[in-house]
Design a protein around this ligand. Structure first.
Ligand code: PHE
Length: 357
């Protein structure tokens, strides 16, 4: 066999191997076997040295021509295979964007009872003309306590189980707010009466058991103007309870109590009949007429302005309304619990539609 018939046979072999390669990795094997360092084309080149000088040139040119044609065939096959691979992917990943939305994510997602109850409360008070205000979770000692008529040595500070941050250079300390009441201060310092706000938010106290978690939620209410009195407070809370528990009538008990920032102060209980369990009273919030000192601390004249405030444990009334036995479950991020109590994401509470349905 002459060197030239070797070349012709080799080219025929290689071209048929190339067209037989079924995918890119098979083709790569063919390329290595042909053009790699120890490949068959390279080996032919190595024979060059054994040839008579007059044969070398023609042989060398012939091998180079084969190498070029094989390279061309490899490239052509490669781009065919790549095109086929892409077509295959496009076929499997085909997406018909004109199809209706799949129910998946919407059907799976649930609104947490805390978010649901926030929305319900905001809907109810919004309808009564209250705006939503917010404040920071990290609060100054001054706003969380002092301006609320709780001076530095006041025993009420101990009741709050406060989380303090490291003192600053000037000795002042920031706190994780122990209630939403500092937003009363922030609002009175920046807004002119009449003020009607509710303040949903997180609050923090160092306490943990079945009915206490170190972080929980409150809704604060504040009304400041020149005429609001205790009767308005009672009416507002009564209307709220009827709307929230979705009953025509709620029996309520206003119990004399004490908060440094209200005078008089009242804790409010509802007859558990509202949640289908008549026979006992359930405490749901603290309230009162805003203390004149608090109004003055915010630069308003307590001779002119007055009003009421209340603070409600949001998790607590969510537990009452929806029959949730353990507060800690609220924050366990357990999907099974969320599916059991959670609400559909598109069911936005409205008074017209029934706040919880
Ligand atoms: N801030 C009080 C608490 O957390 C609740 C409250 C708010 C009472 C407003 C009266 C008026 O216990």
């Amino acid at each position: 066999m002459t060197a030239n018939t070797d070349i012709t046979a080799l080219e025929r072999d290689l071209v048929s191997e190339i067209s037989a390669a079924r995918d890119l990795s098979a083709l790569e094997q063919v390329r290595i076997a042909a053009l790699g360092k120890k490949g068959r084309v390279s080996e032919l080149m190595a024979q060059l040295g054994k040839l008579a000088p007059d044969e070398r040139k023609a042989f060398g040119q012939a091998v180079n021509a084969v190498k070029e044609r094989v390279t061309g065939a490899l490239e052509a096959r490669k781009s065919d295979l790549e095109g086929a691979a892409l077509d295959g992917r496009l076929a499997t990943e085909r997406l018909d964007v004109t199809l209706p939305v799949r129910p998946g994510p919407i059907a799976d997602g649930r609104i947490h009872p805390v978010s649901q109850v926030y929305d319900e409360i905001i809907e109810i008070f919004g309808d009564m003309g209250f705006a939503v205000a917010e404040g920071p979770d990290i609060e100054t000692d001054d706003y969380n306590f002092t301006k609320l008529n709780i001076p530095p040595e006041h025993p009420a500070r101990q009741d709050h189980d406060t989380f303090y941050l490291q003192p600053k250079a000037d000795g002042s300390r920031m706190v994780l707010r122990t209630h939403t009441s500092p937003v009363q201060i922030r609002t009175m310092l920046t807004q002119k009466p009449p003020i009607r706000i509710i303040v949903p938010g997180r609050v923090y106290r160092s306490d943990s058991d079945q009915t206490h978690t170190p972080m929980f939620h409150q809704i604060e209410g504040l009304v400041i103007d020149e005429v609001t009195h205790l009767g308005h407070l009672k009416w507002c809370l009564e209307e709220f309870c009827k709307a929230f528990f979705e009953v025509d009538d709620v029996k309520m008990r206003f119990r004399a109590s004490h908060f440094p920032f209200t005078e008089p102060s009242m804790e409010v209980d509802i007859d558990a009949a509202a949640i289908g369990k008549p026979g006992s009273w359930l405490e749901i919030l603290g309230s009162g007429m805003v203390h004149p000192n608090v109004i003055a601390n915010c630069g308003l004249d307590p001779e002119t302005y007055q009003g009421f405030a209340f603070g409600m444990g949001l998790d607590r009334i969510a537990m009452l309304k929806y029959g949730i036995p353990d507060l800690r479950d609220m924050f366990a991020a357990d999907m099974r619990w969320l599916r059991h109590y959670g609400f559909l994401s598109l069911d936005v509470p409205t008074l017209a539609g029934g706040v919880s349905s």
